[in-house]
Structure formats: C-alpha cells, structure tokens
Design a protein around this ligand. Structure first.
Ligand code: FHN
Length: 450
C-alpha cells in the first residue's frame, strides 16, 4: 500500500534522526554536535594542540603587544629589539617532543605576529625595516641570520617526524609595514593605494608560507577592527576582504583549514575561535578555544610566576571537550629560543593525565546530556560515555545519567580497566566508586553500552 510504505519510511527516518541525536546510532563514532567536513575530520578528532607565540617580542620579554602598549616607534623597536633577537637555542625537536608527550596532536606557530617580523626568509620586497634597505625578517634583519637556519622548517620537520599536524599563524595587521601605523588596537592605512598594495603583498607572503611549509592550518589574527563594508583608512579590513582571503587560501591549498579570523563574527572560515574563554554550550560549527598557561601569549618576564596549575589546565581541556571543542594551549619561548620552566612543568603534568585518559578526549564528541553533572563533565565516543569525575562522591556512589533505551554492558576505571559495580535504572547508572579518587584533577569512569 503506497500510503503504508510512505508512513513506514517517515517513521524510519524519524527514528534514525532520534538515534543520531541521542547517540543511539550503531557502534560508529557518535556524530559531533556539528557537521565536520572531510578535511577537518583529523582536527575534530585530535582536539588538542600547541600554540607557539615566538618573535622578537620574546627577546624584549614584555609580551607580544609591547610595541603598542609601550608606544615604541617602528625605528626604535627594530633597532633596539628586533636587531638583538638571536634565538640560537631554539630547539624544535625539544618543543615538539614536549608537545607529543603532552598529548598534543597539532601545532600552530606564529609565522608573523602584529610586530611584522617575518619568521621565515620572505622575499616580498615591501616587508622592509624603516630604512627600506633590509627585509624585516629573522634571517635578513636579526643576528640569527648568520646561522642560515629556518626555524619554521625545523618545526615542520620535527612535527612530521613526531606525527603532529603543522599549522601557521599570520597577523593581518602589521605594525612595522610601511603601509600602516599603529592606531589604537589596530592600524591606520597610509592611503588607499597602500592598502591595495599591502593586501597583495600579504597574499604573496601567504603563498610563500604555503609553498614552502605546506601548513595544514592557517590561523589568522589581527582582523578585529573590521567593517562589514565601506572601509575607511582606520577600519580598512572588511568582511569582503575576509571572504577573499579565505578563498585565496583555498586556492593555494584546497584542504587547508582556516579559522574564522579572516574576518571574525561573520561565520567565515572553517571554525570559530573564542579566545581564553569557553562557550556556555557547544557551538553549531567546529570550534577551538586558545588559552595561555600564564595569561601571556608572547614571553613576558612578569608572568613567569603566574602559571595556572596542572589541575586547572586539565579541567579546562575537559570542559572544552565536553562541549565538542578543540583546545589550543600556548607556550611563549624566551628570546634565546628556550622553553620556560613553567611551560615544561604544565606540559609534563597534562601528558601524565593524557597518558591515562586520552581515550576520553581523542575522537570524542561532547556530552549527550543537556545538564552538566555537579561532580564533573561527560564526553562520549562510540558506545561509551566517559564520566570525568572532579568532585569525588563522599558516599562512594556516583549518580550518572543513563542513555535512554540502551543497556549498560560494563563500567570501569579508564586508567586500568578495573570493573566497578553499578546499578542501572531507567534514567540513572549508580556506580560504586573506590574509596579514594585515583586522580585529583579528573578520574575518568567509562560506562560502556551494548
Ligand atoms: O592580539 C593577539 C594576541 O597577541 C594573541 O596572538 C591572541 C591569541 O589568539 N590573539 C590576539 C588577541 O585576541
């Protein structure tokens, strides 16, 4: 009967939708809260990356905004800071080894921050110092040039050997370029011609970066004083410029992943990037939050005593994963290229936790439940719900939400597979917990369904 056939088909598609939304679909990886394009599947599953802010500001040690916050002129900044920058102790192998041990699966390095110093041997002629005689780059402008080293290539190769995905950061504003001058938290363009020429030269630099280093991610920044349209010389970057930039990057490398900061707040790019904050709920498209360890992106001497503790960093990572987000955690190496003691300590601590519990982060999607439990967070993968227990129940009874209509197969401590007794009712799985919590920051219990 035609109508019967339609009716059954409709019911089946509704049932499938319900299963997908409530995570009942077969044993395949649970759907993310959003659609993940093919080129981002590795990114959405890997979840955890290292951000590296490194430039001549690292030598100055006042953070990457020092030129602007301390009102340093282009000439003074170039001659007294960039001209002294000589990171001979930069050790890509060591940095990548720390990233790997911390459980980080991708890395984003500042190829050019707002200061405008190119960290690679750029040949784009307009990127000079104020004399116009020297290319303003690590190789051509600083004493490091004598080494003939390419630290971006060193990082790229170390990442390749370690199986870590490689990405680059690029600032749209450029405090030292002749086209613009620092104007508040943005820059003012010298003229319309200068704007046109700069955007073309910026794209030439981006082509150099893609052709030379083949990054999987291009992380833009310095776009925030934008206008939707009708640019002025003070607000010279527009939504259209962002759309053009995105298309340009895709023309250079079709599967490159580009963040929304080609021009933020218009839903452009491949993922949202809140910064040092975690949205209340999972966003409706791929997202990543970036975070510092001590409220400093570029090395800042004064922040070396204010690192968060490892427990806070682990719980921050879990909070992000419980909302199906990615976590890009920053290090700011010192001017000589070495890692700070504080960053090494945090990376080691996170790595110890990820060694035991990485399964509850990698390849997971966010909690399937509407409400956050008082004792911690949930993540999920295939037929397993991970209960991230941060507050240990005093009565040794952990009350967790149950997947409606699914049968619990087993409950166990993720770090050693030790089975735990439980009582599964219609809406709850009540778990008998060990007396002492194995992990102060977060002990993960796996609830496996059939
Ligand atoms: O101005 C930059 C800042 O220096 C840093 O690079 C952060 C990291 O995402 N982004 C901008 C501030 O939002």
């Amino acid at each position: 009967m035609k109508t019967g056939f339609n009716w059954k088909r409709k019911l089946l598609s509704l049932l499938l939708l319900f299963c997908l939304l409530t995570g009942l679909a077969g044993s395949g990886t649970m759907a993310h809260a959003y659609n993940v394009p093919d080129n981002m599947k590795w990114w959405a599953d890997d979840k955890f990356g290292m951000f590296i802010h490194f430039g001549s500001y690292s030598y100055f040690g006042h953070g990457e905004w020092a030129m602007q916050t301390e009102g340093i002129s282009k000439e003074t900044y170039q001659k007294t800071i960039s001209a002294k920058f000589d990171p001979e102790k930069f050790d890509a192998q060591e940095i990548v080894s720390y990233a790997k041990k911390a459980g980080m699966k991708y890395l984003v390095f500042t190829a050019k921050h707002h200061e405008g110093l190119a960290m690679w041997d750029t040949k784009v002629a307009s990127f000079t110092d104020t004399t116009g005689q020297k290319i303003y780059s690590l190789q051509q402008y600083t004493p490091f040039g004598k080494t003939n080293r390419d630290i971006i290539m060193e990082l790229k190769n170390a990442c390749q050997q370690a199986g870590i995905h490689f990405g680059l950061y690029y600032s749209i504003i450029d405090w030292n370029h002749s086209s613009q001058t620092v104007e508040g938290d943005f820059t003012k363009m010298a003229s319309w011609e200068a704007r046109t020429a700069y955007i073309a030269d910026m794209k030439a630099q981006l082509k150099e970066l893609v052709d030379t280093y083949d990054p999987e991610i291009m992380w833009f920044d310095g776009d925030w004083t934008y206008k939707k349209d009708n640019p002025t010389l003070k607000k010279w970057w527009t939504k259209q410029d962002g759309q053009d930039l995105y298309q340009y990057m895709k023309s250079l490398k079709s599967d490159i992943i580009v963040n929304e900061r080609v021009c933020r707040s218009f839903g452009l790019g491949d993922f949202e990037c809140p910064e040092q904050s975690i949205p209340e709920k999972a966003l409706s498209r791929p997202w990543e939050t970036c975070q510092t360890m001590n409220n400093a992106w570029g090395y800042k001497k004064d922040c070396e005593k204010s690192y968060y503790n490892v427990r806070y960093m682990i719980q921050d990572l879990v909070e992000v994963a419980s909302k199906d987000g990615n976590y890009l955690l920053n290090i700011g190496p010192k001017g000589d290229g070495t890692m700070t003691a504080g960053s090494r300590k945090i990376l080691k601590g996170i790595g110890n936790w990820m060694n035991r519990y990485g399964d509850s982060i990698y390849g997971t999607s966010g909690t399937p439940f509407a409400k956050k439990p008082s004792w911690g967070r949930y993540t999920r993968k295939d037929n397993v719900i991970y209960a991230h227990v941060m507050k240990w129940p005093k009565d040794q009874k952990l009350v967790t939400k149950k997947y409606a209509g699914k049968k619990v197969k087993k409950v166990y401590l993720l770090q050693n597979g030790k089975k735990l007794k439980y009582n599964a009712t219609g809406k709850k799985v009540i778990i008998k917990m060990p007396e002492k919590k194995p992990d102060k920051a977060d002990t993960v219990i796996a609830v496996q369904y059939q």
